[in-house]
Design a protein around this ligand. Structure first.
Ligand code: BGC
Length: 735
């Protein structure tokens, strides 16, 4: 009988590779080093690299025939408690174990390890500045490293196709270009720490309701121009070591065993060199998954069956999975470990500077919060005598999203005991907007009302010069959200607005919410989930210490019936069901433009305490690229940042999915009177449609309108450019 594999390898002294081992020669490329190492590996070692464990599980529930129980027990025991996963290393060859942690806003630990949380990814996407995402990624990646992790399950970039998707807060908005620029920023930041980041969840995991049984129906061409395009661009701009395939089915095939998606598109057309890891419990077969392009089964026993461990070994022995496929799986994992620096820079647990990291989080929030409305100059607050704060525990903290992306805050949960509990505990970051406001405005008297009783809230508002009502929408993985605020929140806002003409609303939400009272209040600040220092950031924006510069990364609808699907479809269990994405690539503002719906607040919208003039728009062609130039002038009285947004409209014969697409943007920080210039190169894919038959991008010849805007519904200047016919492949874009 053979000795269980993991147990043997764990027992081997942690002897690391010596520099004399040829694959440790840093002068060689990652590819060369990978090949040298691969040659030395035994079959058992290769099998080891492609099978991951989770520390959270009970062996009792699983199909024991698929594993060697001692392997599984040792694998689960070796994972860092409370972490997402673990893949054993190979000490004799210097291959470190892979220690995996969630997720996009910080290091998550189910056992309560306290770490810094960034604003939600959607919140930071509202900065429209990839450098902000990158700085945040650098910070959480460093915390991951110093906590002993070398794989971060970050880079959530699914398009916000369903505004009620409970995980939109983990993602980077509704537009493929914006999602990619921001997601890539985060991944570059994380991987600068010599660790691997994923990009996830591949693909079209657009709702949480029935996420393991929903079959997304969409044409391949529409997918290539929307959700897949976001991944294509992100991968090009940031080279994530791993791609996590999603739970759902796409056109009736599970994403983690989808030959078209994984073999033809990702590894074929896009030339992806890293490895595909499954989402936790997302594997459905051995031979089909392996031959369809899945490289690593994650988090056993989330899948109750170990498809890759022993069954994969058997499938290799009987020839149903070719040896070359296992070699390719192992090669891809090794390549990522070399290329991202994991092999050369072993992680070491060390002290974390939480005070410095809270500042990174605060800075991200300050550059991201979106001022939606500001009437009569009610903001910034001009040292009012009495301010009533109402609702949403604004005396204690700010909300965060739930699920595997939920980070236990440094200092603990400010409002414990809320939410369904367990992994879906509701977390409030201990960053009190009230305390921060008191620090910013020491001469002002603040009161707090819980906002649970309409009359009490109304009285509190009436007794003050300014009322600030905090409302919230808690969203979480595994469930979709209501766009309507829950409880009495809408009534409380309306009552406060009636009682006090200077009523301001701060919205903490996973994404878009409905605001039936929007006309009755003076100002609205969209804070999303603003992170570890969100209270400070909110206070500094309201008081004017910071000039708001965020712009919406998603459309806020006026009502749910403006949406493609006013309600999320499906059920939570049972046999697979279908959702038809008939809107194709017309996601978000594209759908609104197509239907002529007027949203409550449009994609790209956001106010400032100063004014900007966008002008001097020019579009030129050269070397197959269109370059757009424009200028921005700060015509107001204080420093601030503007986001110039460039959209393009195609001639009708091009048959675009919608009247306009975002093709570029540039954020400029300017002093009063100062003028900045921007130059943007348009990616040709953003000017094309995808032709399924030839597997090519096609630019239809004709006259295209280039639009310069402050939002998708606020176009300030236009010009035209004539494009010639062009056909090209994704592969040609990488050269
Ligand atoms: C989530 C992933 C996460 C994984 C590991 C899954 O439920 O969908 O995003 O990385 O768990 O915790």
């Amino acid at each position: 009988m053979r000795t269980p594999l993991v147990a043997t390898l764990l027992a081997v002294a942690t002897g690391s590779a010596s520099a004399a081992q040829p694959w440790m020669d840093k002068a060689k490329t990652s590819t060369q080093r990978t090949e040298l190492l691969l040659k030395e590996m035994t079959q058992q070692e290769k099998l080891l690299l492609v099978f991951g464990y989770s520390p959270r599980a009970q062996l009792g529930q699983i199909d024991a025939t698929s594993i060697l129980s001692a392997d599984a027990e040792a694998g689960m025991a070796a994972a860092i408690p409370g972490s997402a996963g673990y893949v054993p290393g190979i000490p004799r060859l210097g291959v470190p174990a892979q220690y995996e942690t969630d997720a996009s806003i910080g290091v998550r630990n189910a056992e309560g390890l306290q770490r810094t949380s960034l604003p939600s990814s959607l919140a930071t996407t509202a900065s429209w500045d990839p450098r902000v995402m990158e700085a945040g990624g650098r910070m959480i990646g460093q915390e991951a490293r110093l906590s002993g992790f070398n794989v971060m399950l970050a880079g959530g970039i699914n398009l916000a196709r369903e505004p009620a998707n409970g995980r939109n807060f983990e993602y980077t908005g509704e537009d493929p270009l914006l999602a990619a620029e921001m997601g890539a920023g985060q991944i570059r930041g994380i991987q600068s720490n010599h660790i691997v980041s994923t990009v996830k969840h591949f693909l079209i995991n657009s709702q949480e309701t029935g996420r393991r049984i929903v079959s997304a129906q969409i044409s391949k061409a529409a997918l290539r121009m929307s959700d897949a395009l976001a991944f294509e661009l992100t991968i090009e701009k940031s080279s994530p070591g791993s791609v996590m395939c999603s739970y759902n089915l796409i056109n009736d095939v599970y994403a983690c065993q989808h030959p078209w998606l994984l073999n033809s598109i990702l590894k074929g057309d896009w030339g992806y060199q890293g490895y595909v890891m499954s989402d936790w419990g997302g594997v459905h077969s051995t031979v089909f998954a392996a031959t369809s392009g899945l490289d690593q089964q994650s988090g056993f026993p989330f899948d109750k069956v170990a498809y890759f461990a022993k069954p994969l070994k058997d499938a290799l022995e009987d020839g149903s999975v070719p040896q070359a496929r296992l070699d390719d799986m192992a090669r891809r994992v090794l390549w990522a470990l070399f290329d991202k620096g994991v092999m050369d820079h072993p992680v070491q647990v060390g002290p974390i500077d939480f005070a410095a990291n809270a500042k990174v989080s605060q800075s991200a929030a300050e550059q991201s919060l979106v001022l939606l409305k500001n009437e009569g100059g009610v903001l910034p607050l001009a040292s009012p005598k009495r301010v009533a704060l109402i609702g949403s525990y604004a005396d204690k903290g700010v909300l965060a999203g739930g699920g595997s992306a939920s980070v236990t805050p440094v200092g603990g949960n400010a409002v414990p005991g809320l939410g369904p509990g367990g992994w879906l505990t509701q977390v409030w970051q201990p960053s009190s907007p009230m305390k921060a406001l008191q620090r910013e405005l020491p001469g002002t008297q603040f009161t707090f009302d819980a906002g649970t009783d309409v009359d009490a809230a109304s009285k509190a508002a009436a007794a003050a010069d300014v009322a600030i009502v905090f409302v919230h929408q808690w969203t979480a993985e595994s469930m979709d959200a209501s766009l309507s605020l829950l409880g009495k929140q809408n009534d409380v806002v309306s009552a406060a607005a009636k009682a006090n003409p200077n009523t301001i609303v701060v919205v903490e939400s996973g994404g878009a919410v409905l605001m039936p009272w929007h006309q009755d209040v003076k100002a609205i600040l969209a804070a999303f989930y603003p992170g570890a220092a969100g209270g400070e950031a909110i206070a500094r924006l309201l008081t004017g210490a910071v000039n708001p510069s965020g712009r919406l990364p998603i459309t806020f609808p006026a009502s749910a019936d403006q949406l493609v699907r006013p309600q999320i479809l499906g059920k939570t269990d049972g046999p697979p069901f279908t959702v038809r994405y008939t809107e194709g690539a017309a996601v978000g503002y594209k759908w609104f433009d197509l239907r002529g719906h007027k949203p409550l607040y449009a994609f790209g919208h956001g106010l400032s305490y100063t004014r900007f003039e966008l002008a001097e728009l020019q579009a030129q062609q050269g070397k197959g690229r269109v370059t757009v130039k424009f200028s921005t002038r700060n015509t107001g009285a204080r420093e601030g940042a503007s986001v110039g947004q460039v959209y393009v409209s195609a001639p009708p014969e091009a048959h675009w999915e919608a009247p306009r697409r975002l093709v570029g943007f540039d954020k400029q920080n300017l002093k009063p009177g100062e003028k900045g210039t921007s130059s943007i190169q348009i990616d040709p894919r953003l000017l094309s449609t995808f032709d399924e038959a030839s597997n090519q991008w096609v630019i239809t010849p004709g006259s295209y309108e280039v639009q310069l805007g402050a939002a998708s519904d606020d176009i300030r200047a236009t010009t035209r450019v004539t494009l010639a016919v062009r056909r090209f492949t994704s592969a040609q874009m990488r050269r």
